[in-house]
Design a protein. Structure first.
Length: 313
């Protein structure tokens, strides 16, 4: 089987291919001067993506990533269906269909946070993007999706995978924490999995988000005096959630505070802001940035194995 990637997740796609022992092919993904995308499966990759099922690794973030992912899926489907006719008459103009077998593995699923309709008339964006993707492929692998329920009713198999085992191993080796904290109720499952895996005490905060930049935590006695604490979340965007939680920990005597997440979005100066509140920031390579120190390859490989099992049932 083969792993392919366009412009936004190449390094992680190569890690995934290495984990699985499969080949990786780079697909052509570039921009026209007006910023619209151009996608092409190079001639030398056509046989490989037709021979066996293919895993496309592609982020649906930022917005251009959604279009790129859809175009890559469309091109893969065309080639697998044998639709290769072209004006330059390069190669065979049609081939037999090799059937379904296009799977997309999404390291960071953009729009995952609008997973419910809070007010009438709102689009449930996570579901909308999921449906769009589902109409272009045969299976989806999603990496630490904010709220998996958003993709529960997709018409094709969806496999969820998580980086918490890798985050736990990384923290144990590089931070050696005494305590794990979830900064809100939504991250309890993930953060407690990390705590359990290292065998550490765990607690969580109750967070109220006033707006994108304002967060309030309910006061809580955390018993972290003299402790090294790692805060674990699915994503860090503005850093506001982590900064507030770190302040609460320091006020209660924590000596060192680290933040770990799967998806480091780090918007609007988040890295600089975080550096005033925490001693270290540790993210996976789902998005490329200076804090992406944990490879997401092993976690994505678990998701790929799971979806292949599901597709065989
Ligand atoms: C929200 O529930 C998420 O799990 C994160 O806690 C949140 O998205 C982080 O955003 P920010 O870094 O802007 O506080």
């Amino acid at each position: 089987m083969v792993v392919v990637s366009g412009s936004n997740s190449r390094a992680l796609a190569i890690d995934l291919a290495n984990e699985l022992g499969w080949d990786h092919h780079s697909l052509e993904a570039r921009r026209f001067p007006d910023s619209e995308g151009y996608i092409r499966i190079p001639e030398e990759a056509i046989e490989a993506v037709r021979k066996e099922p293919v895993i496309l690794v592609s982020n649906t973030f930022p917005d251009a990533g959604i279009v790129e992912t859809l175009l890559l899926l469309e091109a893969l489907r065309d080639v697998r269906a044998g639709r290769t006719e072209n004006l330059k008459e390069i190669g065979p103009q049609s081939m037999e269909s090799v059937g379904p077998g296009v799977i997309v593995a999404i390291p960071y699923f953009g729009y995952s946070r609008q997973d419910k309709r809070f007010r009438p008339g709102e689009a449930i964006s996570a579901k909308a993007i999921g449906k769009l993707l589902a109409s272009h492929c045969d299976g989806i692998v999603v990496f630490d999706l904010h709220a998996p329920a958003a993709l529960e009713e997709m018409p094709i198999p969806v496999a969820f995978t998580s980086a918490m085992p890798e985050i736990a191993a990384h923290l144990q080796e590089n931070v050696n924490p005494d305590f794990i904290l979830s900064p809100d109720k939504g991250a309890i499952d993930r953060a407690s999995a990390v705590a359990k895996s290292i065998g550490l005490p765990f607690s969580y905060l109750e967070k109220t988000r006033i707006d994108a930049h304002t967060i309030v935590h309910k006061a809580k006695d955390l018993q972290v005096d003299g402790k090294i604490v790692a805060i674990v979340d699915d994503m860090i965007a503005t850093g506001g959630t982590i900064c507030k939680a770190a302040d609460a920990l320091r006020n209660q005597g924590a000596t060192e505070v680290h933040a770990a997440c799967t998806h480091g979005l780090f918007t609007g100066g988040a890295i600089a802001r975080l550096s005033n509140h925490v001693d270290g920031v540790h993210a996976t390579s789902s998005l490329s940035n200076s804090r992406a120190v944990i490879s997401g390859g092993a976690a994505l490989a678990r998701g790929v194995r799971k979806i292949l099992d599901d597709l065989q049932k």
